[in-house]
Design a protein around this ligand. Structure first.
Ligand SMILES: N[C@@H](CCC[C@H](N)C(=O)O)C(=O)O
Length: 274
C-alpha cells in the first residue's frame, strides 16, 4: 500500500490514497500507522477517497461535502474519527494538487464538517475557508497541572479555547484533559493561549484523540475566534510550537492560511490487519 507523509506547521499526517474506497481502515490500523516507534508516526491519518466511493452517509453538517470530488477521511492518532482538521485539509489539498488529482489551485474538499474551499498559493501557502466558528459559553478543563477556563468554540469540531495568564509554554499539557461530559459529549480539543503582542496570539494544544501536537488548524481558528469581540472583524497571527498561521475573521467566516508540505512517499510494509 502506498502512502505519503505531510505536515502543516508540524501537525503531521500519514496520507493514504484510496480513491475507490477499497480500504477498510480500522481504528487499530490507524493507531499502528501513527505509532512513532513501531509505525510511520503521525498525529493523524488522511485517507484520500473519492466522495462517491466513501460509503458513509453524508447528512447534517456533512451534507455539502457530497458535491466535492474528493473527501478527506480524517482519523486521529488513536483511530477515532474527527469532523474536521484545519491543517489536514491544507495538506490534503497540497497532496491532490501535487499528484495531479485536481486541476487548478482553487478547490473544494469534502469533510465530515461539510465542504471546505481551499486555495493553493504560488508561494506554498494554503488558505482554507473554515466556515463560521461558533463561540459558546464558558467551560473548564482539568489539566495535569491545574484547571483552565475558556470558551467553547465549534469549528466543525469541538474546542475549549482558554486564555491564560503567563506563557502557554509553562502549561503542563501532558495527559488527557478532563472535561465535563455534559458540556462536551464528544470530547474536545483544549487550547491554552495568550496575546503575545497586538494582533499576535501564542497557543498550545492538546488534541482529542492525538494528545499534545505542535499545531492544530481548527484550534488556531478557535483561539482567534475566542480572542475577538463578538461581531468584530480581525486578523490574527497565531504562533504554535510548529510555526505560525494567519486567521482572518469577518462577516464571511474564518480563513486559515499557512504552509502545507509533503515530505515523503513510500510503501507500507506493516501488517494492518484484515
Ligand atoms: N489537527 C487538526 C484537528 C484534528 C481533529 C481533532 N483532533 C479532533 O478530534 O477534533 C487540525 O489541524 O484542525
Amino acid at each position: 500500500m502506498r502512502f505519503a507523509k505531510g505536515h502543516g506547521t508540524e501537525n503531521d499526517f500519514v496520507i493514504i490514497p484510496d480513491p475507490d474506497g477499497a480500504l477498510d481502515l480500522r481504528p487499530a490500523a490507524v493507531a499502528a500507522l501513527c505509532d512513532r516507534r513501531a509505525g510511520i508516526g503521525a498525529d493523524g491519518v488522511l485517507r484520500v477517497v473519492r466522495t462517491a466511493a466513501l460509503g458513509e452517509a453524508l447528512t447534517g453538517p456533512a451534507a455539502s461535502a457530497a458535491e466535492c470530488e474528493w473527501f478527506m477521511d480524517y482519523r486521529n492518532a488513536d483511530g477515532s474519527l474527527a469532523e474536521m482538521c484545519g491543517n489536514g485539509v491544507r495538506v490534503f489539498a497540497r497532496y491532490l494538487a501535487d499528484r495531479g488529482l485536481v486541476s487548478g489551485k482553487d478547490l473544494a474538499v469534502g469533510t465530515r464538517a461539510g465542504a471546505r474551499r481551499v486555495v493553493l498559493e504560488d508561494e506554498g501557502e494554503v488558505t482554507v475557508d473554515m466556515g463560521r466558528p461558533e463561540v459558546g459559553g464558558e467551560a473548564r478543563a482539568v489539566l495535569a497541572g491545574g484547571t483552565v477556563t475558556g470558551a467553547r468554540v465549534h469549528v466543525g469540531n469541538p474546542h475549549l479555547a482558554c486564555r491564560i495568564e503567563g506563557s502557554p509554554a509553562e502549561v503542563d499539557l501532558s495527559g488527557r484533559p478532563q472535561l465535563d461530559a455534559a458540556e462536551f459529549p464528544d470530547g474536545a480539543n483544549v487550547e491554552v493561549f495568550t496575546e503575545a503582542a497586538p494582533g499576535t496570539l501564542e497557543m498550545r494544544v492538546n488534541e482529542r484523540g492525538s494528545g499534545e501536537t505542535r499545531s492544530c488548524g481548527t484550534g488556531i481558528v478557535a483561539v482567534a475566534a475566542a480572542a475577538t469581540a463578538p461581531g468584530q472583524d480581525a486578523t490574527w497571527r497565531v504562533r504554535v510550537p510548529g510555526g505560525e498561521c494567519t486567521v482572518v475573521l469577518d462577516a464571511d467566516g474564518a480563513r486559515l492560511r499557512g504552509p502545507a508540505v509533503i515530505v515523503a512517499e513510500g510503501e507500507i510494509l506493516m501488517d494492518l490487519g484484515a
